[in-house]
Design a protein around this ligand. Structure first.
Ligand code: URP
Ligand code: ZN
Ligand code: ZN
Ligand code: ZN
Length: 470
């Protein structure tokens, strides 16, 4: 037969259109879209169901070495398994440079951790934490040319943060070589100063994590990141934007014609500061991430900024730490002060179902906007489009068939290696009925179908995302 597989009667959604057609797949690729396709070895009837491109999760952390005794719960096997069962077929975790380490060695180390261990496709963002002359003049340009075309810069965290001069140096390399720089925007000195004051007052329960990083520390750093980007005249993408004050800075920048892209994450739509605890309970440690979740008014601002085009990308920021673990949220087995609790929450598997349920079926965003935010734009931002991020002839057959049915999030049904989900008990209106990775069923709505080692490393092209001005 000409075709290996046909997905029949699909209601196909891309970032631009929703239309009825059959999808013809040969090997790993989509080769035809239309009606009356030639015969195939196998047919899947998607009648009545929406089919979207597989999700591209452009911000997640897998098997990233942490200071002892902390260890991430998910490696590439469990992380990509979980991603697939939630409809994500491409993940972009980070290859982090340690201070003193060559960037090249960091990349080698992450290949060692990932190659042959992924169920779906992946690539890396670099984290530049030590921009020595060798990194700036040799390693980074060479790596960009080899297809590592994006990197993250931190304005906070002692072991990762860069000062403004270093950020300008790294942004200059991004400009010169056409790479995409992502920025974690929080003011490190403000956080340290506030944390010491809280500690002096004995306020160290998880909920004080939120008090140590109020919105103004994000607002100030967002403003500064925008100014640095303007000075170098290079686009940046501000990651995990949490609420109104940061959104206002980005809106201002874009209304002045600056190419400032922005990302947000499920935690800023579905969690609030109350999830960090309303008393001194330690359970709030489960929801500690940075920036911290804000309040309901800020959730509303984030929803509006998703629908009106301010945000280009919706990622999970999956940062997997077990709760009941000496390697996780209870370092060494203790309930510790918030300063010592590893930051981050799991979310690879729930990202798409949460946004599909509350965004699309909740009437807050269109189906095309959903695809744009979760698949097409992240693929464009990091040079993977149109191989990833759309349904078109020549694209990989990475597809999600949606089942619009009530389902309650339960960690026991998820496929990551983390012992909790911050979204436990949330009632959803949809979940993937099927996920295909390169033409192979990897999730059938009930069961995971391993394809260990078939997930391939993707070399990235130059970013092709554009802002629209809002
Ligand atoms: O709290 C978070 N987000 N942890 C993950 C690391 C990062 O800054 O994205
Ligand atoms: Zn045949
Ligand atoms: Zn970050
Ligand atoms: Zn992150």
């Amino acid at each position: 037969h000409v075709l290996d597989l046909i997905i029949k009667n699909a209601k196909i959604a891309t970032a631009s259109d929703v239309f009825m057609a059959d999808i013809g797949i040969k090997g790993e690729q989509i080769v035809m879209i239309g009606s009356h396709l030639p015969e195939a070895n196998k047919t899947i009837d998607a009648a009545g169901r929406v089919v979207t491109p597989g999700g591209v999760d452009a911000h997640c952390h897998l098997d990233q070495p942490m200071p002892a005794p902390i260890k991430m719960a998910d490696n590439f096997e469990t992380g990509t398994r979980s991603a697939a069962c939630g409809g994500t077929t491409t993940v972009i975790p980070f290859a982090a440079q340690e201070k003193g380490q060559s960037l090249r060695d960091a990349v080698k180390e992450y290949h060692r951790r990932s190659d042959g261990r992924a169920h779906v496709d992946y690539t890396f963002h670099l984290i530049v934490s030590d921009p020595t002359p060798t990194v700036l003049n040799e390693e980074l340009p060479a790596l960009i040319a080899e297809g590592y075309t994006s990197f993250k810069i931190y304005m906070t965290y002692d072991d990762l943060k860069l000062n403004d001069g270093q950020i300008l140096d790294v942004l200059s390399v991004a400009k010169q070589h056409g790479a995409m720089a992502m920025i974690h925007a929080e003011n490190a000195d403000c956080i340290e100063w506030l944390t010491r004051r809280l500690e002096a007052a004995g306020q160290t329960a998880p909920r004080f994590h939120g008090h140590s990083r109020p919105m103004l520390v994000e607002r100030e750093a967002t403003h500064r990141a925008i100014a640095l980007s303007e000075l170098v005249d290079v686009p940046i993408l501000i990651v995990h934007v949490s609420g109104r004050e940061a959104v206002e800075q980005i809106r201002w920048a874009r209304s002045h014609g600056l190419q400032i892209f922005a990302e947000t994450c499920p935690q800023y739509l579905f969690l609030t500061a109350a999830d960090l605890g309303i008393d001194n309970s330690y359970l709030g440690a489960k929801c500690i991430c940075s920036p911290p979740p804000r309040d309901q008014k800020n959730q509303e601002v984030i929803w509006n900024a998703l629908s009106d085009g301010l945000f280009s990308v919706f990622s999970s920021d999956h940062a997997p730490f077990n709760y009941e673990s000496p390697e996780g949220k209870k370092p060494g087995g203790q309930e510790v002060a918030f300063r010592h609790i590893p930051n981050g929450i799991p979310g690879l598997e729930t990202r798409l179902p949460l946004l599909y349920s509350e965004g699309v079926l909740g009437g807050r965003i269109s189906l095309t906007k959903f695809v744009e935010l979760t698949s097409t734009n992240p693929a464009k931002a990091y040079g993977l489009h149109p191989l990833k991020g759309t349904i078109a002839p020549g694209s990989h057959a990475d597809l999600v068939i949606w089942d619009e049915k009530p389902i309650t999030i339960q960690n026991s049904a998820l496929h990551h290696a983390v012992d909790y989900t911050p979204y436990e008990g949330i009632e959803l209106k949809a979940w993937p009925a099927m996920t295909l990775s390169r033409g192979e069923i990897v999730w059938d709505g009930q069961n995971f179908h391993p394809r260990l080692g078939k997930g391939q490393f993707l070399s990235c092209g130059k970013p092709t995302l554009m802002t629209t001005g809002r």
